[in-house]
Ligand binder design. Sequence first.
Ligand code: ATR
Length: 267
Amino acid sequence: MYKLGLIGHPVQHSKSPEIHQYFLNVINANGKYELFDVMEEDLEYFLNELKHSDMNGVNVTIPYKEKVIPYLDEIDEHAQMLKAVNTIKRKGNKLIGYNTDGEGFIDSLRYTYPKFVKDIKDKTVLILGAGGAAKGIYFSLKKLNPKRIDIANRTKRKAENIVSENNHLVLALEEAEEKLYEYDLVIQTTNVGMEPDKDNQVIKLTHLNRGAIVSDIVYKPKMTKFLLNGKQQGARLLFGESMLWYQAAKSFKIWTDQSVEKHLKID
Ligand code: ATR
């Protein structure tokens, strides 16, 4: 019997229970994945209870990816560097923190566009946004050694704090919009375009090359205004939903030691 869940605020619209219930069925295990809408003043109490519970672990979402860190006993190297945790595993009375977001993104890219990843040393990448998700994706992508990874953000200082190579550029969003033809992959990581903000897009894709890949980590709606604009420009698309499935599979592996990657339901 696996006892799993998600802590955050708000959490009620999450797709994670459906995904993890499906994974439990795939491995033929009993279990449940519960939603815990935790207020900030109750976070310490919740994590202390978790430590002494029979739960296997939880996912962590907005706004607690950083805030849980002081209450954990161990943090894996990648999550430590990102200063953000999206998965907690209980081991005895210890809580261990991990982050599967960035690697989940890379897996979804590799699954959908294997040739692009194979040739990534010649590819130029632009990340839009400089929050926790952008940071995770930047560091996971960097391990693959693309030609360049630039970051554009509304607040340039935040992008400067992420970039760690001399040849990687920091841009304003307006600059990025004008120079889009330079990029082979554009990854949208801001919350612009997410329900109920679905009529907005962070930048226009007018100057994008045909055949570039456009990715949005927003998964509600599935076809964001940003992705639709990419499609109109002749781009190839990578949906937020596929990153969601892959990061979930990685969290599930941490808790259960079982691989479910072959069973993901991505269309
Ligand atoms: P997450 O952890 O999900 O990445 P986050 O850390 O809150 O979330 O980051 C949100 C990102 O969306 C940031 O890059 C933010 O830009 P700022 O750094 O300038 O705040 C970006 N963002 C949010 N609303 C935006 C908007 N209306 N226009 C442009 N960027 C926006």
